[in-house]
Structure formats: C-alpha cells, structure tokens
Design a protein around this ligand. Sequence first.
Ligand SMILES: [Zn+2]
Length: 728
Amino acid sequence: MYSIATKKKIIDAAVGKKTVLIYPELERHDDDFEFVLKDLIYPLADYCQGKNLTNEGKPLMKKRIVILCSVFMIHLSYAQEQGIINNAKSPHVKLKSINIGDCRWTSGFWADKFKLCEEVMVPHMGSLLKGDTGHAYNNFKIAAGLKEGRHQGMHWHDGDFYKWMESAVYVYAINKDPQILKELDEIVAVIAKAQQDDGYISTQITPTDIDRWSNRKFHELYNSGHLLTSACIHHRVTAKTNFLDIARKHADYLYKTFRPQPKELARFGFNQTQIMGLVELYRTTRNKEYLHLAEIFINMRGKSKVEPDPTVRHTMIGDMVQERTQLRKSKEAVGHAVLALYFYAGAADVYAETGEKALVDALDRLWDNVVTKKMYVTGACGQAHHGSSSKVDFVHEAFIDEYMMPNLTAYNETCANICNAMFSYRMLGIHGESKYADIMELVLYNSALSGISADGTHYFYTNPLRRTHDCEMDTTDQRTRAPYIPCFCCPPNLVRTIAKLSGWAYSLSGNGVAVNLYGGNKLTTKLLDGSEIKLKQESQYPWDGAVKINMESCKDELFEVMLRIPEWAEGSKIRVNGKDAGVDVIPGTFARIERQWKAGDVVELNMPMETRLLVGHPRIEEIRNQAAIKRGPVVYCIESPDLPKNTDILDVYLPADVKLKVHNQPDFLGGVTTLSGKILLHASNEESMYSTLEKPDWKEVRAQFVPYFAWSNRGVGEMTVWMPVVWR
Ligand SMILES: [Zn+2]
C-alpha cells in the first residue's frame, strides 16, 4: 500500500489538478470500484512511479490514467457526507463541512443557547406552528384532505414549517430523542398526502381555485427550496428516505416544469431558496438534473424584460428582485435583502460544483459590496423598509445606496442577517479565508440573536439600531418582541441556525481542521484522509478571549490546526504546550499550526477582549461623530431601563474618554457580560426643526450598556447603538 501523500503525488504528476466528473457513473457499484482499485489503480500507481509519468506521452494511456485517477482521488477523500452543506465531493471548495453532530457544544455561550433551543425554542415553536396560532400544520392537513378549513398564514408559510422541521432534525442529531423522529415521521406522512401525484406541493394553492404558477407572489419556489433543504438534512441525519422521496418527486416535477424555460415562468425564481435546495439535493442524490436546474434559475435571472406582467406584481420588479442585471454582471447588491442574499448563497453552492469563474467573480464583488458598503456594524443587511435602487426601481425591505445607513428606520430583517451568514459560510468554504467566518460570527452574536428573546419564545422581525418612542412602526416593526408574527419567516430561520451552529464551528482543510467559531465544545470527526480526530475546546468566549484546545486523539502524521484570528483581535497569542507556537498570528486570517500532533497536546489562543469605540466611514452621514461600543465580536447598546427615568434616548452622549467597566452577569438577560461607564445627558431642543447652537448644560450619569442582541427583554423602551461623541 502507498501512503496517502505518495498516492497524491502520483496522481498530481499524472493529471495535474484535473478532476474528471465521470466518477458518479463508476461509483455506482462498489464492486466496480474495488476492482478498479485493486486491479487497475494500484498496478497503475506502480507503473507510474517506475516510469516517471510526466514524460509519458501516450494520449490513450494518459486518458485512462485521468479517468482512473479521478475515481481514485475521489475515494482517497473521506470527506464527510452529512454536513449542513454536503460539499464532500464539491470540486471547488477548500474547506469542507464536518458531519452534523460531530461537534457538540459542551459549556459556555453556545451550549446555553443550544440547550434553550432544544428545550424551549424548538418545542415551543412546534406547538405554535402545529396549533391554531401558527396554523402551518393545519394547512398541510387541509391540503392533504385530512382536515376541513382554509389555508391561513402567508404564502410562504410552508417554507417556515419546513425550516422548523429542519431545526428539529438538528436537535435530534445531538440528543437522539426518538420522540422527535416519531413526530417528524407523522408530519412527513401528512406532507406526502398533501403532495400532488405529479410532485407539486403548495398548501396555499392546492385546496383553492388558484392556478399553479399564476403569480410569483405565491412563493411556490421559495417553499420548494426549504422543502428540499429540510428533506436533505432529514435524510443525512436519520438515513430515512420518507421525506427525501417527497423532495425528489417534487424536484423532478420542477425539472419538468422549468427545464424547458417557458417564457411565462422565466421570472418565477425570485426568492431563490430553491437554488440552495436543488444543489443540496444534487449532492444528496448525485442526480445532475437538479444541479442543472439550479444553474438554469441563475441563468434565467436578468434575461426577461423588466415590466409588469400577469404573473408579477407591478411593484416587485427589476432591482427589487434582482432581475434587472444578470448575476454574472452584477457589481452591487440590490433589492430585497433576503432575496438577494439567498440568491447569492445559492449561486455560491452552484459555483462549488461547477467552478465557473464568472460566477465566483460576481459573488466576490457582491460579498465585498455588502460587507464594505451596505452592512451595519451588527452584520445586519437591508437598510430600508422602502426606497429606490440606483437604477430607480422601487425596492422594499431592501439594500439601498452605498453608505446610506439609517439607524432608526433600518429594516434589517432577521432572515437577511442570517442569509448574510449563510452566504459567508459558503464563501468560507470556497476561498478558505477567515474573513468570511468573521462575518458569520458578527451576524450570529448581534443581528441574528437579536431576533429572539432571552427566554426563546418572542421574536423580532426587523432589527434597527435605534428605537425611539415616537418613531413610526413601519412594515413588520414591533416595539418589543412578539410571541407570534403573522409573517413567520424569521423565527424558524433563526432557530434552525442556533440548532445547527455546532456544524459551522469547524471545517476540514486539505490536511487538518479549521476552527471557525469559538466556545466550549467537543469535536469527534475524521480528517479528509479518513483519520480520526478528537478535540476538546474550552472557552467562555465571547465574554473572555481565552480558548484552550485539548487534542484528545489524532493520527501520527503531520497535520494542521487552523485557528481563526478575528479581524478585531490585535495582539492575539498562540501557545502550544505552554510555548509560543511560532506561527503568524494575524487578525483577519487563520493562524496555521502544522505539526505532528499527539494526544495530550494543548493549544491556547488568547485574544485580548478589549472594549473599543468604533466609528463609521465618513460617508455614512447617519453616524458622523458618533461611536458604537464593541467588545470582541459583541456590539453593545444603551436602552431605557439603564437610564434615569424619562430620559430621551436622543439626549444620550458618549464622552470620547469614557472608561468602561466589565461585569459578568450570568443571571442577567440569559447570561451576558455588561459594561458600565459615565455618559452625558443633555436635553435637545425639540421645539423646532433647527435652532441656534448653544453650549450644552451636561449632566453626567453612570449607565449600563448591554449586548445589542439582548435589548428589549425588559419591556418596551428606547435604544441606540450609535451615540454622539463628546470630546473633552
Ligand atoms: Zn424573515
């Protein structure tokens, strides 16, 4: 037998980096593969080694080598097939997923959140959606003919239900509670009955006299996407095929319907979760039709005339739904932020399989545009409830101009923020650069978690950075989190994200493991060469910057442990077994420690958790001469309960030389670290729109700052992230 390294060398010499996509055909029969391996590959490897293959000029031989080595390469990789995204065989991914369940939170921040998710968030949401409040399960029963009544909820409510099912599967992956599986089996049986014979499924259409595909406002494809994703995850975790069968039948129906690209359906893919769903289904089944269809949905965008037609609401056209410019030519993130970011995330999945340069170039431009010109300090996206794109299309819940970042009226839908993390997670895989995980983390600790209350039962839809008593409540704005939101897309999106997060914590590199997220956890997985590895991570992150990783078991050969050094973590240090690791520790990159690891090795990363005052780019007019407080990855805010009674939030000023004290408060707001310091108050002149500048009569008071994600857990109040700075 050859070592893995030798085999790789032989293959590289023979075929360079080419990977031929014929393996699915050969792979179908394991016996064939064994034959190929024993009788062809090993002798061939002998031959190659003896003959210096690079000088071998026979085309036929070379062709056979290409084919065989490709089979061989694929099977050299023991990449995990049960990841949140199964990129095990994706040729254009540098960092691959670990299996769902391989990492478990054991202590600290995410362990607490997962526990709440398991014990409260998922069961509570299940009772909402299965009961008459949510009515989502009722909708399926009605469509299945098992219940009288009519569909209730938004047109995308099926998708919300599939997302909740997905979150229940992630919880099952960790706790293996048979009751969850039993309940899901019952639900899947009802969904199967609600599915039409030809594979179509939509509870908002089937029991009515509305025609299929008569108007894209019915969100049929959005629901499809969540169905496909949820079913793939269900299959990966449980090995059951009952849900997957429904998804396949549905995807086959979609293929028949959309593959010919009928003109009247050309604009239907607009809230494009179906692209991610189709790619995931391709990865699950290896049926290339699904990947092909995913690509068709990208290609169709931007090719139709932008004008109202009977299938399209007149306001929801053009940049609003990313159909004015073809994706490959796009330079600017436009339109509805959720739609845009789901679309980009789906396109990243397609790129991972096809490697098309024009696609990844566009995604690089769009990601940069989002995170450097249109994203809030909390990682949130979608600056406006309503507005206009640069090409003067009406936009709604959307990206607007670069650097135009209103606080009070920001939309920042929880879904959009999560989609920003989902897009970034895919880009992390593709490029292997830690800056993408920085954005995931920024979103998670700030504009994602703000969507749910500390007790896990109340939800925010929009996530503005300032709230005043007198501000008008626009679309889906609420003064405080609500126990139920009729438009229920965000809550299950957030709950499934919390449920699956341990699967994002690590990735597998070519020869090692990358640590993307910090927190107390245990990882038991296999590296890409099939060798087993066990790690234990201990940390009170994000409240404390010390991370300790204990190597519990691993292979004898050299491999790498990559530690993400967040962009804010200047002065971080890494020690291995008490000694300086001797590697570059640069904020915004992965620090790479390559060595012959052994059980008992201890890696210590220390990130200075300093409290910083942030300012914005001078072109962000809304925050000129204002500062926000950030400690590690956590953005802070100040809110009414922490101010003298009846203080107007707009009267709060921050001295530039403020000294902030750190307080660990495990029993406050679900367990947070707060800050306190002296602020300045000064009553503004609210009588007139403009008035003469006068020297303020400052009042100095001590106040508390809480993490932004934890605001509004103490009743209705005012809040701000950005505060005007006073220089003394
Ligand atoms: Zn949403």
